[in-house]
Design a protein around this ligand. Structure first.
Ligand SMILES: [Zn+2]
Length: 197
């Protein structure tokens, strides 16, 4: 694969600060570029920052968290919306759903930072578990960028990786995230660009 033109629709839902979202968009684009992926990251079809309410039905009261199943559907709706605008013609369009509430997936009891299926089009991240005692926006953004790179990596075909520092490492807690770089390791890059280097 080559990644000269990847579209990434950012679907933000929750109580987000627009400055945070603006910086996140710009920096995510830079981080992807540093990994050889020329991406256009955007919030809506007219290029402004759009923040939705958390989709109704996502809240699961007996768990007290929001299910990723509903968030995948929400992401899919955004993807279809952008496909109409961009045209169906063989474009690489991924959606990154960003929420600020705690998420869970069926059958997984641990702390969930995000979710995506390998080779599929929708990735989800949550900033809720990324917060620290100091409420440092910078740190939350750095962690969110790493998790975005991780989940988008899955959509681009990458699996988990054990190489130290690689963005595709599994993170059990925020300290694991802090250990990661905003980079895919050479092995992951080789998988990503297989046959085109
Ligand atoms: Zn790796």
């Amino acid at each position: 694969m080559t990644y000269d033109r990847v579209y990434i629709r950012l679907a933000a839902a929750g109580d987000f600060d627009k400055k945070f979202l603006f910086d996140f968009q710009k920096e995510l684009q830079n981080v992807l570029y540093d990994n050889g992926i020329k991406a256009t990251c955007f919030y809506n079809n007219s290029g402004t920052i759009e923040v939705d309410k958390i989709p109704s039905g996502a809240y699961t009261s007996h768990i007290g968290k929001y299910n990723t199943h509903s968030l995948f559907s929400y992401g899919q709706t955004k993807r279809e919306d952008s496909l109409k605008r961009l045209g169906q013609a063989a474009i690489l369009l991924k959606v990154l759903v960003i929420v600020d509430v705690e998420i869970f997936k069926q059958g997984f009891a641990g702390l969930l930072f995000g979710e995506a299926e390998v080779g599929k089009d929708i990735a989800i991240i949550s900033t809720a578990p990324l917060e620290n005692h100091f409420k440092s926006t910078f740190l939350i953004k750095e962690r969110a960028l790493k998790e975005a790179l991780h989940e988008l990596g899955h959509t681009l075909g990458l699996d988990h990786c054990k190489n130290p520092g690689c963005a595709m490492n599994i993170s059990k807690d925020i300290y694991d995230i802090d250990e990661k770089k905003k980079k895919y390791c050479i092995d992951c890059l080789n998988i990503l660009f297989r046959g085109h280097r």
